[in-house]
Design a protein around this ligand. Structure first.
Ligand SMILES: N[C@@H](CCC(=O)N[C@@H](CS)C(=O)NCC(=O)O)C(=O)O
Length: 235
């Protein structure tokens, strides 16, 4: 029995977290039956972040560690047929998406004064009115500190947009010359990258990062192709 625990829908997205969407795509692609549960408060997850997977009562946190488990359970299906070099490229693109681009996605939602009211409405709507401002502003402060510590938060807006464009251009260059991030067919790395792109590109209203990403027709084409092939969309 497998249960995927994710965040509730928000910002026009059925699955608002790129890490949760990536796992949903993998489970569906592998044909594994699973239930879906939502948790509003990531602090209740084993490592304070969502998603986590419940397999026969065992809690497995972190989408990459979940992939390791699913790959073992399916005798290597998630990375099937990839050469070590292709796998290396896939790992590098995953780091670009999840440890660099992702943080600009977070900042574009949380740290933009014009966009932040969407966070308060969709992430803190469950908090009683009196405490909502306190809770959302406290969380926003923590996001700003994390973004600063990462280093991206120390750059001007124009510089951040430059970093985002170089990341997105790298993905666009790969997926417009090849069908998939690596190899000749769908692999775990497409779930990583398409899951992340959906979080920026399908998000409503658009953030500054969504506007930049949606300016690349090849990224939109890739995102829709992967979502259709897996049969799982973020929206
Ligand atoms: N490395 C983790 C990242 C998961 C993650 O950052 N999840 C976000 C939602 S998109 C979260 O739960 N954030 C809450 C927090 O950091 O407090 C994974 O791959 O699962």
């Amino acid at each position: 029995m497998i249960t995927l625990v994710t965040l509730p829908p928000a910002f026009g997205l059925r699955n608002v977290s790129p890490f949760c969407l990536k796992v949903e795509m993998a489970l569906t692609h592998l044909g594994l039956a699973f239930d879906y549960e939502t948790e509003q408060d990531p602090r209740k997850a084993p490592k304070g972040k969502l998603p986590y997977l419940l397999i026969d009562g065992e809690r497995i946190a972190d989408s990459e560690l979940i992939f390791e488990r699913l790959n073992t359970m399916t005798q290597g299906k998630l990375y099937e047929g990839l050469t070590p070099e292709e796998k290396a490229t896939g790992v590098a693109f995953s780091r670009l998406a999840e440890d660099h681009l992702y943080w600009m996605g977070v900042a574009s939602r949380w740290l933009d004064d014009k966009w932040f009211p969407n966070i308060v409405r969709d992430f803190f709507g469950f908090v009683p009115g009196l405490f909502r401002g306190f809770a959302s502003n406290g969380a926003r402060k923590a996001v700003a500190q994390t973004y600063d510590l990462h280093g991206l938060g120390r750059h001007t807006m124009e510089e951040q947009k430059g970093f985002a464009k170089r990341d997105l251009q790298a993905i666009a260059d790969i997926v417009s010359s090849k069908h998939y991030i690596v190899g000749e067919r769908l692999t775990a790395f497409d779930f990583v990258v398409a899951g992340m792109l959906s979080g920026f590109m399908d998000n409503e209203p658009a953030t500054w990062l969504g506007d930049i990403a949606n300016g690349y027709p090849s990224l939109r084409e890739y995102l829709e192709r992967i979502q259709n092939e897996v049969g799982v969309s973020g929206k």
